[in-house]
Design a binder for this molecule. Structure first.
Ligand code: AMP
Ligand code: MN
Ligand code: MN
Ligand code: MN
Length: 289
């Protein structure tokens, strides 16, 4: 019996390094009971991941997405897990998210140029399209811009690109969020999914009370899950989020946020997320077939 799951991973449809088929194979090698594919703002990897998962009898595939929405302090991420990727509202949402990126990316590049960086959109597209599995339809994120800056010799590492130029609040940063969490949550739930707050540690909350206030607003908007386990959570944070999940009747979920070598600290299947920790309707429908 497999006992652990990973419900937060990225593929080459967004800023991950493994193609959907490679990710599914890697999840099976890790002996995971279930893996969710949750690319940023796109559902393009899901059909391929599902088809690949059919080849592994002991691995459950969960179709997902990680959507960026506006928060009081910038951005928050909402995971949709167990979504029907054919749902019209979700398809429309993905289109809106792609358009927001298409409009934002040249603005970041223009800021970089104004700061003296020798880089254009073709350099960024070349990085994203270097992986042939999605080619030009790949979601372009700041990870690709960081790599383009590195290849052009503007920075020595992608990390430096975030620190100096494109990290949140840095001189070339441009945000892209237009959707409020309530609309994202509604769309994910209409698509049959669980809507879970991703990595609460990234919310700029001062203390537990402030986090609870944010959480209550999201719950009022329909949030029904929380990512308790995540590669960036300390044991104390994990305990806090577990406590909040219980107190607010939220489904517990968790995963690594695996991207491949682009984010070496997030390893597939780590932290270990017990299948048994995930309860309720979502677990019954998607994790215990
Ligand atoms: P975007 O969705 O285009 O705003 O890009 C966000 C992605 O960039 C995140 O999903 C991370 O993979 C990555 N990222 C954001 N901030 C940093 C940072 N400070 N260092 C490294 N990667 C980052
Ligand atoms: Mn990412
Ligand atoms: Mn995220
Ligand atoms: Mn993620």
């Amino acid at each position: 019996m497999r006992r652990f799951v990973d419900l937060h991973t990225h593929t080459t449809a967004s800023d991950g390094c493994l193609a959907p088929e490679e990710l599914i194979a890697a999840a099976d090698r890790k002996k995971l009971a279930a893996v969710a594919v949750t690319d940023h703002d796109t559902i393009d990897a899901l059909a391929r991941a599902r088809a690949a998962a059919e080849g592994y009898a002991d691995l459950v595939f969960v179709p997902g997405i990680e959507v960026s929405a506006k928060s009081a302090t910038g951005t928050l991420h909402i995971l949709g897990l167990g979504i029907d990727e054919g749902a019209p509202g979700l398809v429309e949402l993905a289109g809106q998210l792609r358009q927001a990126r298409d409009e934002r990316n040249p603005k970041i590049v223009a800021k970089l140029q104004a700061l003296g960086a020798d880089i254009d959109m073709d350099d960024v597209r070349a990085v994203a399209a270097a992986d042939p599995s999605f080619g030009r339809s790949r979601i372009i994120s700041r990870v690709h811009m960081a790599e383009a800056l590195r290849r052009k010799g503007c920075v020595r590492t992608a990390k430096e690109a975030f620190q100096r130029y494109i990290g949140d609040g840095c001189p070339a940063f441009v945000d892209k969020e237009r959707l409020v969490p309530a609309d994202v949550i509604a769309t994910l739930r209409e698509a049959g999914g669980l809507a879970a707050l991703a990595h609460p540690v990234e919310l700029e909350y001062g203390n537990r009370l402030q986090l609870e206030r944010i959480l209550r607003d999201l719950i009022r908007a329909g949030l029904n899950g929380i990512e308790v386990y995540h590669s960036n959570h300390s044991p104390a944070q994990t305990r806090l989020y577990l406590d909040l999940a219980r107190g607010h009747d939220l489904t517990v979920v968790g995963g690594s946020d695996f991207h491949g070598p682009a984010k070496p600290d997030a390893r597939l299947g780590i932290p270990r997320v017990p299948l048994a920790a995930i309860t309720g309707e979502f677990a019954e429908r998607f994790l215990r077939p």
